[in-house]
Ligand binder design. Structure first.
Ligand code: G
Ligand code: MN
Length: 528
């Protein structure tokens, strides 16, 4: 219901709110799912690092067992010990080679027997463990070396790097894992590096062994949570998307509903924003005020005073016009009744009524309530029915109009000449007045055909004994023409524009020649 020409901004909060509400479930869901995925990844990372630690400890248990068994042989001649060295290699699944050393020299190996190579205890973390990137037998191939000693003698056992790679790869194929020994580390590609290993962006976990000086480091790449989200939660994601759409649509619908003409009119009715304006109707001859037409105005909190043609069509369409008219009649009675003394006896009060209002006998009550505010005979209530939307002549409506007549309520056919009422219609409803539409009055002196219609209407009303009111009188030429043709009443800007109740009462009180002088009128309207 546009009440003014200004348009609301395209991207107002009303347009944006449904989108914002629609996005909420998705964002909220994504945050929760992301949190859930990170928790799962961390738990998985913790479990896999523990498994890898256990597997590497198992390998080292093999190495330690072999080395411990050989330790008593350290210092003995190689030919004496060689068979025992080979025996340990054969018995232990993970042991690739066994060696003996004395005085920092490796002097006996399971592969070559007698040997001569320096051994540096500082290569070993805690003197025990060394992650080598290769030796003379297999250069560039990782080796895990275990060392145990007693005094300056000791035994060394080695495990092939392939066992470590297998552990890293098989336990967690889709997780990145590293084995760290001192300054050296190895990824699942089997290459040994030195220095600080890279940290993992997601679920970075480091777990050290309690029994051997190594640790296992696990985690995931930054892309992992996104991959999981897409592969694990497609149904949940679609559900969230659907929820978002539903929430957005519901929100939009609610906003529309709250801003619908119906809701806005209901609010205005409850806030009592519909006011009566009064336009005097003057009598032929002396042009004194014989009555007034009540015209509805909407005192809108933001739009100011709104003209009825901008909202009456909506009110008629929604059926709210009946309640609005009822409120307007009450308002009118309440503002005029205290100053009833200012009105001549038989002062006409014209109220515009829509066809919907004539559906049942409630209109009788409304008229009674209105008239009860005034001393008997002080006002003549006239119901103005527009000729554009005629009331159907049913037994119920005919009964209604019969009753209205008995109460002394008059009927005026508004905008006469614009519709198509028949003589029969005028008779059936016992119409008292015809209000000639202002378009005909405007043609006085100019349009020959309209003037002919005007003359015919005046003549017809005379023959039918109907009173006649000319609307929209703006010039003295029009006024005088209508006076010459014996039109009973005139209404228009020439005499007065529609005005609020206070101004109307003020004018009534101060006009010269008002029949009844307002001795009994309260003083506030006499001022100004
Ligand atoms: O349809 P109905 O006759 O009830 O409405 C009267 C309408 O005519 C109101 O909108 C009122 O403001 C308007 N009106 C009253 N007098 C004049 C007038 O002299 N000239 C014009 N143009 N409009 C008028
Ligand atoms: Mn009217």
């Amino acid at each position: 219901m546009p009440l003014s020409v200004k348009r609301s901004a395209l991207w107002s909060w009303r347009a944006l709110l449904p989108w914002a509400i629609g996005v909420v479930p998705l964002v909220f869901g994504l945050v929760v799912m992301n949190w859930q995925i990170e928790r799962e990844l961390r738990a998985s990372s913790q479990a896999t690092t523990r498994q890898v630690v256990e597997q590497v400890e198992r390998i080292l248990d093999n190495l330690a067992q072999a080395a411990q068994a050989l330790l008593p042989l350290a210092g003995r001649p190689c030919e004496e010990a060689q068979l025992a060295l080979r025996g340990e290699v054969t018995r232990n699944a993970f042991v690739r080679s066994t060696n003996l050393f004395q005085h920092d020299t490796l002097y006996c190996t399971s592969l070559f027997g007698d040997f001569d190579e320096p051994v540096d205890a500082s290569d070993y973390t805690d003197g025990t463990l060394w992650l080598m990137d290769g030796n003379s037998v297999t250069p560039g191939h990782a080796l895990l070396v275990y060392r145990t000693s007693s005094g300056d003698r000791g035994a060394i056992s080695t495990a092939d790097g392939d066992h470590l790679v297998t552990a890293l790869r098989l336990i967690a194929p889709d997780e990145d894992l590293q084995l760290r020994v001192g300054n050296a580390w190895m990824g699942s590609d089997g290459v040994v590096h030195h220095g600080q290993p890279p940290a993992y962006p997601v679920a970075d976990v480091t777990l050290g062994s309690t029994r051997y000086p190594f640790s296992v480091h696990g985690g995931f790449t930054a892309a992992k949570p996104g991959e999981l989200l897409r592969s694990h939660y497609p149904a949940l994601l679609s559900l969230l998307l659907l929820l978002g759409v539903v929430a957005g649509v519901v929100c939009r619908w609610q906003i529309r509903r709250a801003n619908s003409p119906r809701a806005e009119l209901r609010r205005a009715l409850e806030a009592d924003e519909f006011l009566p304006y009064f336009q005097p109707v003057v009598r032929k001859g002396d042009y004194r005020w014989a009555g007034a037409e009540v015209l509805m105005r909407w005192n809108h909190p933001h739009e100011g005073l709104v003209r009825p043609d901008l909202f009456i069509p909506y009110a008629e369409h929604s059926g709210q016009i009946v309640e609005m008219t009822r409120a307007l009649m009450l308002h009118t009675a309440q503002s005029l009744a205290p100053y009833a003394a200012l009105l001549e006896d038989g002062f006409h009060i014209g109220v515009n009524i829509t066809a919907d209002h004539c559906r049942d006998l409630a209109l009788i009550n409304d008229c009674q309530t209105f008239l009860q505010h005034f001393p008997p005979g002080r006002v003549r209530l006239t119901l103005e029915l527009t000729e554009r939307k005629l009331i159907e002549a049913t037994p119920a409506t005919l009964e209604l109009f019969e009753k209205l007549h008995e109460m002394g309520v008059m009927i005026a056919l508004d905008d006469f000449g614009t519709g198509q009422s028949s003589l029969n219609y005028l008779r059936q409803f016992k119409v008292d007045y015809l209000k000639i539409d202002q378009s005909f009055v405007a043609m006085i002196g100019s349009d020959a055909l309209s003037q002919h219609i005007l003359d015919s209407v005046i003549e017809l009303s005379g023959k039918l004994g109907l009173g006649i009111v000319a609307e929209g009188v703006e010039t003295e030429t029009q006024r005088d023409y209508l006076a010459r043709h014996d039109v009973d009443y005139q209404q228009g800007y020439l005499f007065a524009r529609p005005m609020p109740a206070a101004e109307f009462l003020q004018a009534l009180a101060t006009r010269p020649g008002v029949a009844r002088l307002p001795q009994d009128a309260p003083p506030e309207i006499m001022r100004g």
